[in-house]
Design a protein around this ligand. Structure first.
Ligand SMILES: Cc1cc2nc3c(=O)[nH]c(=O)nc-3n(C[C@H](O)[C@H](O)[C@H](O)COP(=O)(O)O)c2cc1C
Length: 191
């Protein structure tokens, strides 16, 4: 899959088949994060790969899903991610650290897409719980969690009309509104 195809086909996936993901593939995803651009090449990020069933179950309890979907929705037990990558930051005083995380996590989710995996970046997470669960020293900050696994849903993109809120239709298909290309391109001048 070329990069553009991966960008176009990637959607946040919140329902997964229960087939485990090989550790090699998870390491490949982290390697893609490792090689991402970072401000001043400081490389402040570290990662915890989680593929142990019991730990995955505990981590799941610290995550919040799809806030726009109401009433509150979480993946069923049979649809949960089968692996996670926890993204850690060494120095949150660095003014560029959030950009570094953005580049690294995008590399990770695009690599996952290229390998046929679904992913979802989560920032609505209970950081203290996660810190305790994995014995993470306080010098490191828990930034985000990337949920991974084999896709059990196929969200669709639609042109954004009046709301940015993603929604599920009667067939449980997730619709993701995106701004139209013509609405965001300015050619040679703004207006
Ligand atoms: C920084 C960031 C934080 C996010 N946090 C969550 C989250 O906590 N829970 C969740 O279900 N999705 C989360 N998402 C996924 C977004 O909801 C999703 O990217 C957005 O709806 C667009 O859908 P798409 O990824 O399919 O293009 C997050 C995405 C980003 C980039």
């Amino acid at each position: 899959m070329n990069v553009y195809d991966a960008i176009i086909s990637r959607r946040s996936i919140r329902r997964f088949h229960q087939k485990p993901v090989k550790l090699e593939l998870l390491k490949k995803c982290v390697n893609a994060g490792r090689l991402a651009p970072s401000a001043a090449n400081l490389q402040q990020l570290e990662y915890i790969i989680v593929n142990d069933k019991t730990l995955c179950a505990h981590l799941f309890e610290a995550l919040h899903w799809a806030a726009y979907i109401q009433p509150k929705w979480i993946p069923k037990e049979t649809e949960r991610p089968t692996a996670y990558i926890v993204v850690l930051v060494k120095d949150t005083q660095n003014p560029y650290y959030e950009r570094d995380v953005g580049f690294a996590t995008e590399n990770i989710v695009l690599t996952a897409e290229g390998e046929g995996l679904g992913s979802c970046i989560l920032c609505n997470i209970e950081r203290v719980k996660i810190q305790e669960l994995f014995n993470i020293p306080l010098e490191l900050a828990v930034d985000s969690v990337i949920a991974l696994g084999y896709k059990a849903e196929t969200p669709v993109v639609e042109d954004l009309k009046d709301s940015v809120k993603y929604w599920r239709d009667d067939h449980e298909i997730l619709h993701v509104p995106k701004r139209k290309l013509d609405d965001i391109i300015h050619l040679n001048k703004y207006a």
